[in-house]
Design a protein around this ligand. Structure first.
Ligand code: ADP
Length: 268
């Protein structure tokens, strides 16, 4: 539903004669608008932690505080600095994914090994956020290797897992695993019994900075870039990201890779 935009140029080329050139610039204008939006979003995301940091620095400089109070403010400053760090890391990851060709110097990685590492990271996060009450289950799957950029695949799976950990409450359950598809492709899945996502949000979920609940995302350390990163990684590997969710029931995120990227059998 975007209005079409046409650029018109008129060239007088002889007495009383003009040539009119028209060009459809809808796509160009759309790309330009998206770029402007993106810059505005990034600026906003940087500004809020910066405001907090300068505010607390000023507090430290002007008030006469006890050691305990000072330590408290320093903690808050460190938290916001960490937020900026994560944001910049995610931005760099995204721009690397968007600006470089798909990984063809593929490494073969065991599915099992990828998930073990992603789950270890998620477990650590779950402990911090929910004090070890969440259950995080890695389902065994068929022995297989996948071809791709190891760090990208790991970051995609970690993003899906960290979302599940962050949005699912303490007593919730998260299941992760992989399965072969009928066409011999592979599907990694992350399922949670968290709050779920209303259908109207689903189509926009992988847009950069799109969040269902902004403050909820921020509180748990979200940048709003995670699913954009996952989608890029999937597409660069010729695969796709599928999202199923139901409010009050939970969500399933599936990262699919095509048969060409799969080698079945024990790693050797
Ligand atoms: P964020 O850093 O905000 O988590 P993402 O791009 O990873 O950014 O996710 C976008 C939004 O999708 C989140 O803000 C959240 O609203 C929603 N979301 C992602 N994963 C889940 C999940 N497992 N359960 C519920 N909502 C989710």
């Amino acid at each position: 539903g975007h209005p079409q935009r046409i650029a018109v140029q008129i060239f007088p080329y002889a007495k009383g004669r003009r040539l009119m050139l028209t060009r459809d610039i809808t796509a160009i204008e759309l790309a330009e608008a998206m770029r402007r939006d993106f810059v505005a979003n990034v600026s906003h995301e940087i500004r809020s932690p910066l405001t907090v940091i300068s505010g607390f620095v000023e507090t430290l400089q002007t008030l006469n505080l006890s050691d305990a109070e000072r330590a408290h403010f320093l903690d808050l400053i460190a938290q916001q600095a960490q937020r900026l760090h994560t944001l910049v890391d995610d931005l760099l990851t995204l721009s690397r994914l968007e600006g470089s060709p798909a990984p063809d110097d593929a490494q073969w990685v065991a599915a099992n090994e990828l998930l073990l590492e992603a789950v270890a990271q998620a477990q650590a996060l779950s402990k911090v956020l929910h004090g070890g009450e969440q259950s995080l289950v890695l389902q065994p799957g068929p022995a297989l290797d996948v071809a791709g950029a190891r760090n990208e695949l790991l970051s995609a799976l970690s993003n899906l897992l960290s979302n599940a950990v962050r949005y699912t409450p303490a007593h919730g359950r998260i299941e992760v695993g992989w399965r072969l598809l009928p066409d011999e492709g592979v599907e990694f899945y992350v399922t949670d019994n968290g709050p779920g996502i209303a259908p109207e949000h689903l189509p926009r979920l992988t847009e950069r900075f799109y969040r269902v609940d902004r403050s909820r995302s921020r509180e748990s350390g979200g940048t709003g870039l995670g699913l954009a990163i996952v989608k890029h990684v999937a597409q660069r590997h010729g695969g796709q990201l599928l999202i199923d969710s139901q409010v009050g029931v939970g969500s399933t995120f599936r990262l699919r890779l095509p048969p060409a990227r799969v080698c079945v059998g024990p790693a050797g």
